[in-house]
Ligand binder design. Structure first.
Ligand SMILES: Nc1ncnc2c1ncn2[C@@H]1O[C@H](COP(=O)(O)OP(=O)(O)OP(=O)(O)O)[C@@H](O)[C@H]1O
Ligand SMILES: [Mg+2]
Length: 315
């Protein structure tokens, strides 16, 4: 095989998973990105990180982006002689915005692109999704990071091929996602421990109606967004671990803004509609008086999945 001689650049979007009832399955890509640039060097590993997580460059081979680049090259069957990586990070880490998925997806795509034609042959898209899912521990964020837009991820009972699947849907253009980001992060692992092993059947039934409604509301019936973002599976169990987020979700919903905990939290996502009475200004006003420090960030849905923006063209 021949390594790509130039540098490759990958831009990966942040993602908000769950959106209330779509626990571990539904996610939305957002217009907030991290960028990874990689190129071959004669020997060794150089890693530089600017922006969020700059200190993590000291992790070297244990840095998540490096681990993902290495994982892609392992599948190709060969590690490069040496590699230089630059990460330009805009997305906050550990807030429920899919930063780990973006790091993994960007690293895998960079490793695959460096390996040129052999990379694409050894690691086709469905295999890349499977590997990304394995590294992140769940498929929801990586599916939306790879495809953009709105995605549903699941594991098929059909073992051919084994592993996760995902489908991409186009959300309505007038949906304006507004993130409310507190000043302290929370590790996904900690909030997962708060979840029960079993839930009452009545809650499961109520949640399945809401999850089906969620897809309908985001793609054709935005008037249903309030009921469609009502969750029975996870937010109530995690509320004690993030009381400020639970309180903000409650206050936004009471004011008519469909709001949910973003991913494993503690960021809150409000799904406002362009031109609606309860819009970005309402979110700002409520966040300013909700207690704690909240950074309010109006975004758009990112229609494009993670892409190699410079380097060899992806077929
Ligand atoms: N760009 C990055 N480069 C290196 N490591 C990263 C990067 N982004 C995330 N990580 C690692 O992943 C951890 C955050 O992952 P975690 O899954 O807890 O949060 P998240 O992915 O931001 O949110 P969520 O999974 O709930 O959407 C960070 O503490 C860091 O160790
Ligand atoms: Mg994560």
């Amino acid at each position: 095989m021949t390594w790509t001689s130039g540098q490759v650049t990958v831009r990966a979007p942040a993602t908000s998973a769950n959106l209330g009832p779509g626990f571990d399955s539904v996610a939305l890509a957002l217009t907030l990105h991290d960028t990874v640039t990689a190129r071959l060097q004669p020997a060794g590993l150089s890693i530089e990180v600017t922006g969020v997580g700059a200190a993590a460059a000291a992790l070297g081979e244990r840095h998540l982006v490096v681990r993902a680049v290495r994982a892609a090259c392992d599948v190709v069957g060969k590690q490069p002689p040496g590699i230089a990586i630059h990460c330009g990070n805009d997305m906050p880490q550990g807030f429920g915005l899919g930063s780990s998925a973006a790091a993994i997806v960007a690293g895998l795509l960079a490793g695959r692109a460096l390996a040129g034609d052999s990379g694409r042959a050894a690691l086709p898209d469905d295999e890349l999704l499977r590997l990304a899912c394995q590294l992140d521990g769940h498929a929801d964020n990586v599916a939306a990071c790879l495809a953009g837009g709105l995605t549903i991820a699941w594991t098929s009972a059909d073992p051919e091929p084994p592993g996760p699947r995902s489908v991409r849907l186009q959300p309505l253009p007038d949906i304006v996602p507004v993130l409310c980001i507190p000043d302290q992060p929370l590790a996904t692992q900690l909030t997962r421990q708060a979840l029960p092993g079993e839930v009452p059947l009545a809650d499961a039934a109520a949640n399945s109606a809401r999850a089906a409604l969620l897809v309908t509301a985001l793609t054709s019936r935005p008037d249903l967004l309030m009921d469609a973002t009502d969750d029975y599976l996870h937010q109530r169990y995690r509320a004690a671990a993030m009381p400020g987020s639970a309180a903000l979700v409650g206050r936004l919903r009471a004011a008519g803004v469909p709001a949910v905990v973003s991913g494993a939290g503690p960021a809150v996502l409000a799904l406002t509609l362009a031109g609606a009475r309860a819009g970005v200004t309402t979110v700002r006003t409520i966040a300013a008086t909700a207690g704690g420090l909240w950074r309010v960030l109006p975004l758009r849905v990112e229609p494009e999945g993670a892409q190699v923006t410079a380097g060899p063209a992806e077929a």
